[in-house]
Design a protein around this ligand. Structure first.
Ligand SMILES: Nc1ncnc2c1ncn2[C@@H]1O[C@H](COP(=O)(O)OP(=O)(O)OP(=O)(O)O)[C@@H](O)[C@H]1O
Ligand SMILES: [Mg+2]
Length: 260
């Protein structure tokens, strides 16, 4: 099983959308795909029709167990091969209640190891803040995907995120490959092109070739509770995420520059 974490400390940059859209496309290709909602706000959980304030258990229960296991916590979606572990509001208390307890950073890694034969991919949607849930996601993943909104202010958040990442790496992992994904690119604005150019300049090789355009279908898909691949498979947003997945799955980057 491969584990990808989708993280950025800045809010509203497309983390949950990236998680759901990539996971939906992986599932459509036949990969058994698990999404993990590490955000106490439960956007991903809500996307699939479950309210985080009604969840008892879910990701939070992992932090209460001696041997963390996801068994019994996985919910199937109506899409074949696609399931998720819900967040609950209680996840917001994990820092205060359990943050200082030893081994709390590796809870998710242990829980995912326990189900590694049941899934081909696990995609972990992170909250927009540093804390025990995000540390767990970074510790558990083989690759970090960092969505960045193509607007000036978003770049500041990125630096913070990458500093956090290196801090966590020092605490355990020698290296963690990461990919920055430019999202919500609005080709009508000069600011979007400027932000993209700045990303290129600062992060070069780490920036995905694919740029995710603004597409109202993402909102429609979330309203319908379906990943975009099941809701509107031919829209430009979906085509871009499909190219992104190609880039992520294949070492040779796909040439994709058009943001039509
Ligand atoms: N490429 C896109 N085009 C248009 N709208 C988008 C796009 N990507 C995401 N959105 C919309 O922008 C909003 C924020 O996206 P999303 O929830 O994925 O961000 P997030 O980083 O997970 O936010 P948070 O930090 O609050 O968890 C959502 O309403 C989503 O539907
Ligand atoms: Mg989110």
């Amino acid at each position: 099983m491969k584990v990808w974490a989708i993280a950025n400390q800045k809010g509203g940059v497309g983390k949950t959308t990236t998680t759901v859209t990539l996971a939906g496309e992986l599932a459509a290709r036949g990969y058994r795909t698990l999404m993990v909602d590490m955000d106490p706000h439960g956007s991903l959980t809500g996307y699939f029709g479950v309210e985080a304030d009604k969840v008892s258990g879910g990701v939070f229960s992992l932090f209460q167990q001696e041997s963390p296991t996801l068994r019994g916590q996985v919910i199937a979606t109506c899409v074949e091969n696609l399931s998720f572990v819900p967040a609950s509001l209680a996840l917001a208390t994990v820092d205060r209640q359990l943050g200082a307890r030893e081994g709390m950073g590796l809870v998710l890694a242990r829980a995912l190891a326990d189900v590694r034969d049941q899934f081909d991919f696990a995609l972990v949607d992170c909250p927009p803040m540093l804390g025990v849930p995000m540390v767990n996601a970074l510790a558990a993943c083989h690759r970090l995907i960092v969505p960045v909104q193509t607007e000036h202010l978003a770049l500041q958040g990125l630096d913070r995120m990458l500093r956090t990442m290196s801090m966590i790496l020092k605490a355990g992992k020698p290296t963690l490959p990461y990919v920055i994904v430019a999202t919500m690119f609005d080709k009508r604005t000069k600011a979007a092109y400027q932000a993209l150019a700045a990303l290129h300049e600062q992060y070069g090789d780490h920036l995905a070739n694919v740029v995710i355009p603004v597409d109202t279908q993402f909102r429609e898909a979330s309203r319908a509770g379906l990943p975009l691949s099941a809701h509107a498979p031919r829209t430009r947003g979906m085509l871009a995420y499909r190219d992104l997945l190609e880039e992520l799955l294949n070492p040779t980057p796909v040439q994709h520059t058009a943001v039509a």
